[in-house]
Design a protein. Structure first.
Lengths: 336, 645
């Protein structure tokens, strides 16, 4: 176990991600030569403790959705291991998908697209009850009512079709479906980014209440820092498939170590804020087919040195105040 | 988020007011005609045993080659003296039965293969599709001939042959659709619900593929009947004495010049049958195809219809300004109900000013933006009242030619998704040059120089090289910069930006906002900025107008509205926004949903969700009361009124 995971594992680890990689493409061409490969997730080590909400932040293409799919077993890591409660998740996903689905569930970004347009809400919500929980018809009916009540939806919605619902209602249905099997961990992949702000608040409050009620653990993925800050106990900032910074939510947002976290925070618009930081247009993500040898953020970083371009910083290169706050940076920001 | 009032309207039209599938089909005259002819043919063919017809196979050499309208033989007789009418009806029966069964067999096996190949992917897909490719690589008639040659001639064998050669057609179509569907989120969701692959394929995917199968079938039946006739014509299908349209044609061919009616009559029947099936099939396709159903068949005209009726056109306001919108009303008429997406909006934009329109999905903010230059699709949209003055010129009254000149000239748009607004097959250079060339008579060298200038203006590095880049080669932020460059190409006075940063990452968003802010100062262009995000408004806009249910409920200087909102809706909306650095802040949600704009309540549209609601709020029209030149609120009991009046 690496230092990073050892340091994180205080408390009761529910999900352990150890040095996970996911490579897309690759392999050999018909006439020699390698096909280009993209490292969507690279050397990621991360633990999720029972009962916490881990926020994952990053911009598009940083690998956060790939991470989500790996955790729920929709995709398998190229190398490295993911363990759930000490059990190998990839093995479980291959051997017994249903057993995994009983433990880990997923809430999709686009609530309407995640519901089959030709099925009633009853059919959609009954599927996990039928296939995962093995309840009889009467037990299912009772559970359906409980689920709808838990997400504040009227029972008459059961007979309707997905297109009759607003985004917020559809997302409640998505959440109810994830809850149906009684999972311990729910991966929320941008659950509120397709919703209006007023509805977003409703859904966030609902998620909070459900976590309390059912003793859930959340992995909350979002590109919106303020949303992540308001729901998370710990936050992982990802950049270019790698971990940039990891630590308690309060510490990360009060004293960011990684210049990238700082950039994200200063770019986020907020009511009453005029001083948005803006980089020049040359700032772009590195080429994924040809990743830089050193720190992936170096090209955009104001604090870069030769070292940054040549040596990739370890995930715990820089340490924060608390023992569990670290960043992959050679030249972390000083405490303001 | 493009959830505009338009899509809200589209949503509701699907649920309630939209006419049923059959009603839509009957609206199509050609399809209805096809259906009537087809139904008549089918009924007669089905009733053949009941009709008082002569035995089609009984020969009577004495009566051979009787002409049409002969006594006892309405359509005459063939070379063996058999009654042509009887043979025609019995033959149609056979042709229809063979065509339909071949279609069903091909549809069943083809769809099954397509579903499996598309869903399984990888090696299974390769194996099945290469097999299909091999079938397709033979000329179909040759393949059918080969099959019949092996199995021996006969109607049933011809049926097998036709079904087999048509399997690839179904398999390829269905595989493509399945491939797209099986990457969709609801399939992942079903997987996580514990469904097995077979259950997912047949319970989740199949119902979504079914319309495509029906469409493919409806367009193939006619073809199958033709192919059956073709094989029979060659003598490989129906064997004598059995009548079949193809074999009748074949027998008549030899005496085409002496007794043309023997071959012309079955020929006409084939024509009527196939034509009616095709017309009907096209109608079915139009009704079932989601893309056509979404409105591309309605063929919206290039400019929104203006039907201001008898209502007087409001004069420009005394404030002047470069863009002056007065009491603009935009409506959508869908299935008998009228959706008032924009219900009387006043906007005023001075040079170099940035006005933000903030609202949730369905508030009418995008329709407002589109209405100004007549970009709302008609049908179903129309401008029902008001006026928009651009430098004193009423945009709803000018000619189509003039509006085309102004679009992209004096008034330019920047949309949300740059990937869908840029043409994928042209380089960004060609697209910018086109934007310049349409409005300015410049030589191509000058146009190119101007394009490079524009790209540098929007801070694209290596502008010259980037001219030859295709949209997909640029990042999202770069693409949006290109769109802004195109909008600026002809020195636009007004830039209408509809959620231009919503699809972008925060760091890119802040770059674009900074860019737009700089550009309006440099070029003194006015910006109408549509967004749902108060944070973005803060960063860019001088003034802000908050929309709810198609009307402006509050307006004022950005800082003031944010610090001291007067409308309870604005206040609630600002409270909903999570703020970085304030994680403890309890997010306050607005309960309930906004009213649907085809059924607006009397009085305040927000009354049902408002905690301060009083009985007076629910009656009469509540006016937008301006407490100062710029500050106004549409509320009887506003908040924070002290010190602002």
């Amino acid at each position: 176990m690496s230092v990073v995971s050892a340091r994180q594992s205080e408390g009761d680890t529910l999900l352990g991600i150890e040095d996970v990689e996911r490579v897309f493409g690759g392999g050999r061409k018909l006439f020699g030569g390698d096909k280009p490969a993209v490292h969507a997730v690279q050397g990621l080590t991360l633990n999720v403790r029972r009962g916490e909400t881990l926020g994952v932040v990053g911009e598009s293409g940083c690998g956060k959705s790939t991470l989500a799919r790996l955790v729920v077993g929709l995709d398998l890591p190229t190398s490295g291991t993911i363990t759930f409660d000490g059990e190998d998740l990839a093995g479980l996903a291959k051997r017994n998908r249903k057993a995994l689905a009983r433990k880990v569930q997923y809430v999709f970004q686009d609530p309407v697209a995640s519901l089959n347009p030709r099925k009633t809400i009853r059919t959609i919500l009954e599927a996990p009850l039928k296939h995962l929980s093995g309840l009889d018809a009467r037990g299912r009916e009772k559970r359906l009512q409980e689920l709808l009540e838990a997400v504040n939806l009227a029972p008459e919605f059961l007979e309707r079709y997905p297109h009759e619902f607003s985004g917020g209602q559809a997302q409640r249905i998505g959440i109810a479906r994830a809850l149906a099997a009684g999972p311990e961990l729910i991966v929320l992949d941008e659950p509120v980014s397709a919703l209006d702000v007023s509805v977003q608040a409703q859904v966030l409050n609902l998620l909070d209440a459900l976590k309390e009620q059912f003793g859930l653990t959340y992995i909350f993925i979002s590109h919106d820092l303020s949303v992540v800050e308001s729901v998370s106990d710990r936050v992982a900032v990802m950049y270019f498939g790698r971990m940039a910074e990891l630590g308690p939510a309060k510490e990360i947002f009060r004293h960011p170590l990684h210049p990238y976290t700082d950039l994200l925070m200063r770019s986020a618009p907020a009511p009453g804020r005029h001083d948005l930081l803006s980089e020049d247009a040359a700032a772009e993500l590195p080429d994924p087919y040809n990743p830089p040898p050193g720190c992936a953020f170096a090209a955009r970083c104001a604090r870069k040195t030769e070292l940054c371009h040549s040596v990739r910083p370890a995930p715990d290169e820089a340490r924060g105040e608390g023992a569990n706050h670290f960043a992959a940076c050679h030249h972390p920001l000083p405490r303001a | 988020m493009t959830d505009t009032a338009q899509s809200a309207a589209a949503k509701s039209k699907r649920s309630s007011a939209r006419p049923g599938t059959l009603a839509l089909l009957l609206n199509n005259t050609l399809a209805t005609g096809g259906l009537v002819v087809l139904a008549a043919i089918c009924l007669i063919a089905l009733a053949a045993p009941l009709l008082p017809l002569a035995n089609p196979d009984v020969t009577a050499p004495v009566d051979r080659l009787l002409p049409v309208f002969s006594d006892g033989h309405l359509l005459g007789t063939d070379h063996l003296g058999r009654d042509l009418l009887s043979r025609l009806i019995w033959g149609t029966r056979v042709s229809l039965a063979v065509g339909l069964s071949a279609t069903f067999i091909a549809a069943f096996f083809g769809s099954l293969l397509g579903l499996i190949a598309g869903y399984a992917g990888g090696r299974v897909d390769t194996l099945i599709m290469r097999g299909i490719d091999m079938v397709m690589a033979f000329p179909y008639i040759l393949l059918a001939l080969a099959i019949v040659a092996v199995l021996g001639p006969g109607l049933l064998n011809a049926l097998y042959a036709i079904a087999l050669v048509n399997i690839p057609f179904f398999a390829r179509n269905i595989r493509g659709i399945t491939l797209g569907l099986s990457r969709r989120e609801f399939v992942d969701a079903a997987r996580l619900s514990g469904k097995s692959p077979a259950q997912i394929l047949f319970i989740e995917v199949l119902p979504n593929v079914l319309p495509v199968i029906v469409i493919t079938m409806s367009t193939t039946v006619g073809w199958m009947i033709l192919e059956t006739a073709g094989l029979s014509f060659l003598g490989l299908g129906a064997q004598p004495p059995q009548a079949d349209l193809g074999s009748m044609l074949g027998e008549g061919r030899k005496i085409l010049f002496t007794a043309p009616h023997v071959s012309v009559i079955p020929g006409l029947m084939i024509f009527a049958l196939v034509m009616s099936i095709n017309l009907f099939g096209d109608g079915v396709r139009d009704v079932l195809d989601p893309r056509l159903r979404a409105g591309s068949l309605t063929r919206p005209v290039s400019r929104t219809a203006v039907e201001r009726g008898d209502t007087p056109v409001p004069p420009p306001s005394e404030k002047g300004g470069v863009l002056d919108v007065r009491d603009m009303r935009t409506e959508f008429e869908i299935g008998g109900s009228v959706y008032k997406a924009v219900g009387g909006v006043d906007l005023n934009l001075a040079e170099g000013e940035c006005l933000g329109i903030v609202g949730e999905s369905g508030s009418g903010k995008s329709v407002t933006a589109m209405s100004i230059m007549g970009l709302v699709p008609t049908p179903p949209g129309r401008i029902a009242g008001g006026a928009a003055y651009l430098d004193g010129e009423d945009l709803f009254a000018v000619s189509d030619r003039r509006i085309r000149k102004l679009r992209g000239g004096a008034v330019a748009y920047v949309f949300q998704d740059p990937l869908s607004t840029l043409h994928p097959l042209f380089t960004v250079g060609e697209q910018i040059k086109e934007a310049i060339g349409t409005h300015q008579p410049l030589s191509s060298a000058e146009v190119k120089k101007r394009a490079i200038e524009l790209l540098s203006l929007v801070r694209i590095p290596n502008a010259k090289e980037r001219l030859s880049a295709y949209p997909h080669e640029l990042s999202g932020g770069m693409r949006q910069r290109v769109c802004i460059a195109m909008a600026l190409a002809n020195d636009a006075k007004v830039l209408i930006a509809d959620e231009p940063t919503t699809a972008l990452d925060v760091t890119v968003q802040s770059q674009i906002l900074t860019l737009m802010n700089g550009l309006r100062r440099e070029r003194n262009a006015a910006i109408l900025f549509i967004t749902h995000d108060f944070g973005v408004v803060s960063a860019l806009c001088d003034r802000v107008a908050v929309m709810y249910a198609g009307r402006i409920v509050e307006t004022g200087r950005t800082g003031e509205v944010l610090a001291r909102p007067q409308h309870p809706y604005t206040a609630k909306l600002i409270e909903c926004v999570p703020v970085l650095g304030e994680p403890e802040r309890r997010l306050d949600a607005i309960e309930g949903r906004p009213p649907v704009v085809n059924n607006l309540p009397d009085g305040c549209a927000f009354a049902d969700r408002c905690q301060r609601v009083k009985p007076e709020c629910r009656s009469g029209d509540i006016a937008l009361v301006m407490s100062s030149e710029e500050r106004g609120v549409r509320c009887l009991y506003p908040l924070n009124t002290e010190g602002t009046a």
